[in-house]
Write a protein that binds this ligand. Structure first.
Ligand code: PRP
Length: 207
């Protein structure tokens, strides 16, 4: 049996994805993310996990250093990497939306949008026929309208708590997001038996 390297997102998606693998019958140790280790070998399953930033998972998979990975649809839409999307795991569900201060409109002369998703945001406003300036940020996007950097943000909304606590409101729904199982195209051909078995087992656990 070939060893399979799986790129897993660190943080909030990890737990749900890991639980799902356990539910699919993989013999995995508990509390792995409690440690600071970035690579975890599971010899009994011939699996090696690499723990990456969610935005970096498709990079590892595209370059083939991970055979498969779990990545948010938000990241896949943003990066358009050369990877196969095999299965919607239907976990870590949220959506991408535009938001801003209540009762405001886009600045007519120089509308500005702050976002961690410049490609998604520019595609969205282009399709709407609105010319906007996209301002790329790496996090804490909600600050941008609060301090006058942008009229709108384009960001992930999950519970809506972050918007609420910062006095922002959602304006436009852009797209639904959930975690997807992705594969490197060459690995998918060369390790098809293992990967298809994993897909089959995970599919049964999709709720
Ligand atoms: C994401 C997103 C929002 C928040 C939304 O940020 O950018 O800020 O979660 O979740 P909520 O609707 O449940 O409040 P994340 O926690 O990934 O951190 P970031 O600010 O560094 O992007």
């Amino acid at each position: 049996m070939n060893e399979l390297t799986i790129a897993m997102p660190k943080g909030r998606i990890f737990e749900e994805a890991y639980e799902m693998l356990i539910e699919a019958g993989f013999e995995l140790p508990e509390n792995v993310e409690m440690s600071r280790k970035l690579m975890i070998e599971i010899p009994q399953e011939k699996i090696r996990f690499i723990l990456a930033k969610p935005m970096d998972v498709p990079t590892y998979v595209e370059h083939g250093v991970a055979d498969i990975g779990i990545a948010g649809k938000d990241v896949l839409l943003e990066q358009r990497r050369e990877v196969h999307e095999l299965l919607d795991l239907n976990i870590s569900k949220c959506h991408i939306a535009s938001a801003g201060l209540p009762n405001t409109t886009l600045n007519e002369i120089a509308p500005r949008i702050a976002t961690k998703y410049p490609t998604v945001a520019s595609d969205y406003y282009r399709e709407k026929g609105e010319q906007v300036e996209i301002i790329g940020l790496n996090g804490s996007i909600e600050l941008a309208p609060m301090i006058g950097l942008a009229d709108r943000i384009v960001d992930i909304v999950s519970t809506g708590q972050t918007l609420k606590e910062n006095g922002l409101v959602e304006y436009e729904f852009i797209t639904d997001v959930s975690s997807r199982l992705i594969a490197n195209p060459a690995s998918y051909r060369m390790k098809s038996e293992r990967i298809l078995d994993l897909v089959k087992r995970l599919k049964k656990c999709v709720k």
